[in-house]
Design a protein around this ligand. Sequence first.
Ligand code: NAP
Length: 734
Amino acid sequence: MSDQNTPDIIYTKVDEAPELASASFLPIIQKFAAAAGVSVGTKDISLAGRILATFPEYLSADQRQSDDLADLGKLVKTPEANVIKLPNISASVPQLVAAVKELQSQGFALPDYPETPASDEEKAVRAKYDTIKGSAVNPVLREGNSDRRAAKAVKSYAQSNPHRMGDWTADSKTRVASMSGGDFFSNETSATLAKEATAKIVLETANGETVLKEGLSYPAGTVVDATFMSAAALDAFLAEEIASTKAEGTLFSLHMKATMMKVSDPIIFGHAVKVFLKPVFDLFSPEMEELGVNPNSGMGDLLNRVKDQPAIMAAIDACLAKRPPLYMVDSDKGITNLHVPSDVIIDASMPALIRAGGKGWGPDGKESDANCVIPDNSYAPVYDESVKFFKENGKLNPATAGTVQNIGLMAQKAEEYGSHPTTFEIAEAGTVKMILDDGTVLHEHKVEAGDIWRSASARKAPIEDWVMLAIDRQRAEGTRAIFWLDENRAHDAELIAYVKPILEAKGVADKFEIMAPREATRASLETITEGKNTIAITGNVLRDYLTDLFPILELATSAKMLSIVKLMNGGGLFETGAGGSAPKHVQQLMEENHLRWDSLGEFCALGESLQFLADARSNEKARVLGQAVDAATQGILDDNRSPSRKVGEPDNRNSHYWFARYWAEALAAQNSEAELAAYFAPIAKALAEGEAAILAELAAAQGPAVDLGGYYHGDAAKTAAVMRPSATLNAIIG
Ligand code: NAP
């Protein structure tokens, strides 16, 4: 049985569009779940909530808020955890500052965010704010590995309603370029620790030794990698690719992930800006430095800082005239690929380009072939092989294509995504050493000034759990299953040394293949082209990349994916889709009271969460409730009840009405739980009879601008009034 104080299911309180959707959907969930004796509570992981929880000393007693993220962090380590996690804001500095301002305006006496902290107090405040910044929630909650796939209903809907795909032709000039040496891929060394160890990272130079990091601690069996990107090799590669793009007459485009790889990738992006504008930096480096130009912040920031310097501006114009055209983020507004480091995010940008038939937008507002520059060669082959495959075979047909599911190694900050505290831009030529407490030099690299050195690790328990999860999922699906591991890559070779013995011991080695990412990409594309399914069992980065790539090709979006985190201590974390919190949707709601957010991710997660509860607690009512959720989700898709994008047409709230109705109808119609059937029969009837009134009330609400009482910290009553405008529906739901 559950702890008396912990609800059976936690539904997270988040930000922006998904939070608005919750104002309408959560009351429905709570009402239905209560009928099966299932309690659904909330925990606040919104940006505003996390800020308030971090600064109790600045708030009055009634303003203080509990640290729900910390509570959830504990809960996910228990077998009781059953959390439905909606997307939350991973705050950039401007978002954080805006949220603080809004809270201050609402009477919360929070300290300002110190951009350049001077005093000790400011430094302490800044350190606290820094814990809230960026991807601060997922690493705390993801105490398990990842299982992402399209729910059956979603996949079959996509097959019967295939989305549009751009045509691929054999003569497309689009290609992927990556480094042939000097990158993270080729410099990687990796070792599995035989025993528990602590470690430090030092840089030895002609002038002595600098400690880059100490006090690192790893349990026995941890796979610890180290590698570096040579700045000189990177610059030479970028210069070559800029020249060859010009010669080929395509768009120059750089694809990386500055949001997730928040230390290394902004630096690599800065190199691209500097090499692209090399003649300008050659002439004006001191002046630009004086003006505060930092290439890592992008060309947008640079242009803004030099706009009143005619000589620099003229040099930029002259340079750009000789460069290949840039792939554009927004050609109408002149925002290029190199303007903002986080505007082009590889996991979304490459699939969009591939789906469009290898086309990107150029400065002339027209589509064009592109050179897709992905400097590091660790994962670039996935995109390179996809491009080659579609050139040879033409576009994928979503009506007949099978699906690629993913099992991803993610727990405990596995692999590169956990490497931020151990990534360094090297200040001075020398040797970086990673040294264990017993004096063993685990890794050693000779580096030059400007090189980017990093260490990443993956722990034994998560790796073993990941292999076991793959075995379970393969057994459940019975499909082809491939470990995307390259025996010639140092890190992957260490993982293979874990994978093979487990598969042998479990007697399932014949059910699995192990292939390098390039071969696995081709094999997977061939499989789905034949209409069959396959499971990609990958590390943490490919988990992220592939759960956008394949869904975008198969379903047009990754926002509708089922995203389950099987927690290592037995609980379940159900993420709703792989998308974010859609700020543009909030804008539209505030302007014209139409919310185009699609709650399909929430529907799928709810079904899984209830099934999980049914299994964990042998709660048959929860099982029936969950099965009825799946029926309702199917109904939404079959009858096209998903939100429209345009004001005046059905929106998110309409889809919740239909969901409630289909859910109630499925519960009333089933005969394994008579009590539930009896309870839901009159509700189903009332929802059907109220259809005309409810739809009229929902429609009448749309059009005018609305006030939510805040963007980051809205007023609950005002939000509820906006999101629940149908008195008839409210009377039924309560
Ligand atoms: P995003 O929120 O995923 O939005 C990109 C676009 O995808 C949206 O504008 C929307 O397209 C479409 N979209 C995503 N989910 C949708 C849904 N459920 N229904 C309909 N359309 C959907 O990406 P973003 O703008 O990069 O990120 C916004 C915020 O989300 C950021 O603060 C980011 O940190 C956060 N984020 C959180 C998570 C997470 O918590 N797991 C993951 C990713 C991002 P249209 O505008 O064309 O309708």
